[in-house]
Design a protein around this ligand. Structure first.
Ligand SMILES: Nc1ncnc2c1ncn2[C@@H]1O[C@H](COP(=O)(O)OP(=O)(O)OP(=O)(O)O)[C@@H](O)[C@H]1O
Length: 219
């Protein structure tokens, strides 16, 4: 799967995020180029999810600036990213293929590039035979694989992933690592929060601490 480069850079300069009246994320800077990856590390409660949700547009920044550049730079960043959070975002009563058809319609838009059909996406994550099962009947790892298959049904240059490998078996972790490599080879970017290795080769590392400000260089 190749992806046209819609984003050439994503630069954060001293961004912060408040929640519940407290400064949770403080003074974060990074510089991500096409094909780059950024891994956010830190203890429980350090603010990894908070930062990812703010980059994806679900929370406001309290300060600093986030600048994206590239062919599609006039589009708001949330229209250029896939966000897969802790919750899988799946409708239990719908089948796996119906869930992906929904995401395909929802997420196709601004960014240009290659995508695959919902059935092909399920094949990529090894779930084609369960395509017509209601998601409610799937295991935790199978649900996670359906959620991640959404990355393939609509082209978006920035993937924002919160603990993407949770519940995945070793084979599925390998599939995910290969998808990361293809996405980056096509010029895509990845920002991931994790407590476990994700196979993101040469990723820049952002260490978040609950008390100290964080900063980093580029990949
Ligand atoms: N809606 C909210 N209102 C107020 N505080 C919140 C809210 N959501 C999270 N927090 C606080 O923000 C801090 C950071 O939470 P966050 O989920 O970003 O951490 P994390 O680094 O992703 O943790 P984990 O590794 O456990 O997933 C925590 O102290 C948490 O209590």
């Amino acid at each position: 799967m190749t992806q046209s480069v819609a984003l050439t850079s994503l630069i954060a300069r001293g961004v912060g995020v408040d929640r519940g009246g407290r400064a949770i994320v403080k003074n974060i800077s990074f510089d991500l180029q096409a094909g780059g990856a950024l891994v956010a590390l830190g203890r429980n409660g350090a603010g990894k999810s908070t930062l990812l949700r703010a980059i994806a547009g679900f929370l406001p920044f309290s300060g600093g600036e986030l600048i994206h550049e590239g062919e599609a730079s006039e589009a708001p960043l949330p229209e250029l990213c896939h966000y897969v959070g802790h919750a899988d975002g799946l409708k239990s009563a719908l089948t796996a293929v119906e869930n992906l058809a929904f995401w395909s319609r929802m997420l196709s838009g601004t960014a240009t590039g290659a995508s695959v059909s919902p059935l092909e996406a399920l094949q990529q994550v090894g779930l084609k035979r369960l395509a017509d099962f209601p998601v409610a009947y799937l295991s935790a790892g199978q649900k996670r694989r359906v959620a991640l298959a959404r990355l393939f049904v609509a082209p978006r240059p920035l993937w924002i992933l919160d603990e993407p490998a949770t519940a995945l078996d070793v084979a599925s972790q390998q599939v995910l690592a290969e998808a990361f490599a293809r996405h980056r080879a096509g010029g895509g970017m990845i920002i991931a929060a994790t407590h476990a290795p994700l196979g993101l080769v040469d990723a820049a590392v952002l260490e978040l601490s609950a008390t100290a400000a964080g900063a980093l260089g580029n990949a």
